[in-house]
Design a protein around this ligand. Sequence first.
Ligand SMILES: Cc1cc2nc3c(=O)[nH]c(=O)nc-3n(C[C@H](O)[C@H](O)[C@H](O)COP(=O)(O)OP(=O)(O)OC[C@H]3O[C@@H](n4cnc5c(N)ncnc54)[C@H](O)[C@@H]3O)c2cc1C
Length: 457
Amino acid sequence: MKKFDLIIIGGGRASNLAVKAGSLGKKVAIIEKSSLGGTCPNRGCVPSKLLIGYANVIRGIKESNRHFIDSQINNIDIQKIFEDTNSFISKIDSRYESRFNENVEVFRGIGSFLSNNIIKVNNEELTAPNIVIATGTKPVKAQHEKAWTSDDIFPLKGEVPKSITIVGSGFIACELANFFSAIGVKTKLLIRSDRILGNEDKQITDIFKKEFSKNVDIEFNTIIQDIEYLDDKFELTLDSKTKGILNHTSEELLYATGRKSNSGSLHLENTTIDIDTRGFIQRDELFQTSAKGVYVVGDAAGEHMLQHAAAYEVNHLSKILFEDSKEALNFKYMPHAVFTDPEIASVGITEEQAKEKKIEYITTTTNWLASAKAMSTRLKYPITKFLVNPNNYEILGCHMIGPESSSMIHQVLAVMHINNDIRHLKDMLYIHPALNEALLPASVEAVKEIQRYNENI
Ligand SMILES: Cc1cc2nc3c(=O)[nH]c(=O)nc-3n(C[C@H](O)[C@H](O)[C@H](O)COP(=O)(O)OP(=O)(O)OC[C@H]3O[C@@H](n4cnc5c(N)ncnc54)[C@H](O)[C@@H]3O)c2cc1C
């Protein structure tokens, strides 16, 4: 049996922990069944966002007539796009491994538990006083063996299809639909309900629905009743609540219907580690599972399922393990973005959540047209929506739709993190006429609305 100070199962975000522990002189085993770096740089956030970069340029040219420019795209060198994206992915594993010092040993294989403190990988047995589970998630399986999930498309290979049907309504489905439609692939999005991006504020998704549908053919309230794969194509029978039975042909079919726990491969039945009904690993406020010395971080705990959350948790666990911190990590605000066209960014509660939880709030919606930079985009739809506590000016939620929303929202985040009071956004000095200047009337309006609300009580 090989003895270590720390065993990490899953080399995604937790590879940072291996780097840190190794630098502190700890003997570390890190077990990875696929590529070090995990989902985000290999088949998630990074490659999908590299594709969005191409999509944005293409859309800019295609929509240049909004700026009175008549232009056309002569050629999109898809093979170069694929090559460039793949070349980034191909270097990830070695780049991550090169960050480890001599104290870190990498085991390539599936790690599983023989007991609370013995891990099996390939034919070896390892033990350590501290074990970290960071095994992430996997996509919900596609409903046909020839269909893809997001895991199958990176690295990008083969010919670009003429048509693709994407099943799902979340951010992964929308981001991939955005890319494929931008490069000229006939793209259909199938959504079983009438909501797209169901976790976002409804007012934002109403705008999104209208704008996104200009480029992507969305079929709401529709499920796939039957799939046949004939002559290299999917022949789909769709069941639409509003249109009845529809026949639809598509060269490719991609499922982006959610992510599920990876805990099956860990053989947790050999341990006292508890999982919830969805298979996600349960933990206390210091990330410890129900087995002493065994911790869980990142997507494997099934909480936020975002790269920045996983990275933050790993950093915090390092303090618990190596600095004897007893401080619980409580994400007061968890921001996120949807990198589509239109782009969405959001933090805090939505109006629907405020109503459901009976939280007292005021809300304001302000367009961005006060900023000349925003005006220069010649887009009318961008808005900022605030939900604010009328008793103390605390920002409860902020939702944006418009170009660079994911950057814009960081100003709101900074205020929320440092001293959450919307009056800071109203009182600060803005660069004129930067995009962020759109936050000035938005915050002024929210403060006025609070005053009106309080006067009327
Ligand atoms: C298409 C896509 C786009 C995304 N875009 C964004 C985005 O824009 N922003 C954002 O914040 N998040 C995004 N995410 C989510 C983000 O990728 C995850 O939140 C993040 O990767 C979680 O990190 P993790 O370390 O917990 O898990 P992972 O990165 O999934 O790492 C887990 C690792 O464990 C390995 N593993 C699993 N089981 C075992 C085992 N038994 N033995 C050995 N190894 C094992 C896996 O191979 C994997 O490498 C996206 C995800 C996808 C799929």
